[in-house]
Ligand binder design. Structure first.
Ligand code: CA
Ligand code: CA
Ligand code: CA
Ligand code: CA
Length: 451
């Protein structure tokens, strides 16, 4: 203080008031659920104070308070520490929200003298739709074969996921997967596990050939969705026919497995189709005669519409046919079965129609077998009778003197000469080389063919 000449000095205490730090937000983020969102705040303090910055809010990732010392060599700041060293720090925080919505944030800045400033507000997070992968990408199967599609959806957030499968000709299946495994996710629920991955599958068996589509929609619980569709190509499969039996009522003494002309033969055929197709049976008897064709309807009543994926499958049917042959001989019977989608297959069955001559030759074979037995037991009487029987059969076949050779051409054995005499006898002359052997022979047996 001065009045011109005199100077007086007096000390007076001055109170330096603490000033609280100021806070300004450089960045309040907005972004997507499941992704990192970064806040940035600038904190300034005019004094030389230590600063502590503390964040809090919804979602996860807020770190513990950060301490910014005024003088790294002398912490904490001694009081008073009047050297001026104004503070200006930038503090960031990165957090993640598992759901979309509006969420709270706050930042609290404190100096070491009790000065504090708090700022708070809200930030918004967007929903993201799930992504989806489905396998196999395209499907081609035979009718009546199950198709299974596998799907995996992933939501960046912690949303529930609902799979809706829509198959051509039905059904529509809805499968929900809860993020917490228990029940529906409430809105604005930033906790939970994220990203949320759910796998689902759906299966369908089409009983008829078709080009059928299947679609899958996966929705999260906040309106996000992803759609997928593919085509299932279902191929027709031809039926498999068989001729199961052929029978003829030719009397109880007629040998089994032989068929006579002019008597009806009853055939049974069957066929199976893996699909739900109608089946038409047509017979070709191999002698120029065919059947008109009989159709067995899958629904028992009327022609199968196309496609008819939900008829009964597999489908089997039986058919009967009757035919008389007019001549003996070998024939091949064919049964052709067609489904209503162009699938066709044929079964074959060889059949021999016996002639009277066939039966006579068969009788001769049997008589010869009996003759072998009679020879073996030296039953010459029976042998003679069988000779007579065989001769009669040969005669009935048109041979005038079946056992009376015109000539004998072959040599029956070494050092044996044979000569036909008087049409009904054969003279055998044994050469000298037989002399020493003869005492050891009891019988000599000569077999010939009258070819
Ligand atoms: Ca969400
Ligand atoms: Ca979502
Ligand atoms: Ca079919
Ligand atoms: Ca078929």
């Amino acid at each position: 203080m001065t009045d011109g000449d005199l100077t007086d000095t007096e000390q007076a205490p001055i109170q330096i008031t603490n000033v609280a730090p100021s806070v300004s937000l450089n960045l309040i983020p907005s972004g997507d659920e499941g992704s990192l969102l970064t806040f940035e705040a600038r904190i300034q303090d005019p004094g030389s104070d230590d600063l502590t910055v503390a964040w809090s809010g919804d979602c996860t990732g807020w770190s513990a308070p950060t301490f910014y010392p005024n003088d790294p060599s002398g912490t904490p700041d001694p009081f008073p520490s009047p050297d001026v060293n104004p503070r200006d720090v930038t503090d960031t925080q990165s957090v993640t929200c598992g759901d979309d919505g509006s969420f709270m944030w706050s930042v609290h800045a404190m100096d070491d003298d009790g000065g504090a400033t708090t700022m708070e507000g809200t930030f918004s997070v967007n929903n993201l739709p799930p992504s989806l992968a489905v396998a196999p990408p395209s499907v081609s199967v035979s009718e009546a074969t199950q198709v299974t599609l596998q799907a995996t959806a992933s939501d960046p957030g912690s949303d529930d996921l609902t799979f809706t499968w829509s198959w051509d000709f039905g059904p529509t299946e809805v499968h929900a997967f809860y993020n917490d495994g228990v029940g529906p996710d409430p809105p604005n629920s930033p906790g939970g596990a994220y990203p949320f991955v759910a796998s689902d599958s759906s299966a369908r068996t089409y009983g008829d050939d078709c080009v059928c589509s299947v679609s899958l929609m996966v929705k999260d619980d906040d309106g996000g969705m992803v759609a997928y569709s593919t085509t299932i190509t279902v191929l027709n499969v031809a039926p498999a026919p068989s001729i199961d039996s052929a029978t003829q009522d030719a009397g109880k003494n007629f040998p089994a497995g032989r068929f006579l002309p002019f008597l009806p033969i009853n055939f049974t055929g069957s066929a199976g189709d893996p699909g739900s197709d109608d089946l038409t049976f047509t017979w070709d008897f191999g002698d120029g005669a065919t059947s008109a064709g009989t159709t067995y309807y899958n629904n028992g009543l009327s022609a199968d519409p196309f496609p008819s994926v939900d008829g009964g499958f597999p489908f089997t049917a039986k058919d009967l046919a009757s035919h008389s042959y007019r001549a003996a001989g070998d024939y091949v019977v064919k049964l052709t079965v067609k489904d209503d989608d162009g699938g066709t297959a044929t079964a074959s069955f060889p059949i021999h129609i016996t002639s009277p001559d066939d039966l006579k030759h068969e009788a001769i074979k049997r008589i010869k077998a009996l003759k072998e037995q009679a020879l073996a037991r030296d039953d010459n009487h029976f042998l003679d009778e069988l000779d007579e029987s065989e001769e009669e059969v040969w005669e009935s076949l048109g041979f005038e003197h079946p056992f009376h050779p015109d000539a004998v051409a072959a040599l029956p054995a070494n050092d044996v000469t044979a000569k036909a005499r008087d049409h009904d006898k054969v003279r055998l002359t044994l050469g000298p080389s037989w002399d020493p052997k003869l005492p050891s022979y009891r019988t000599l047996r000569l077999t010939w063919s009258n070819g």
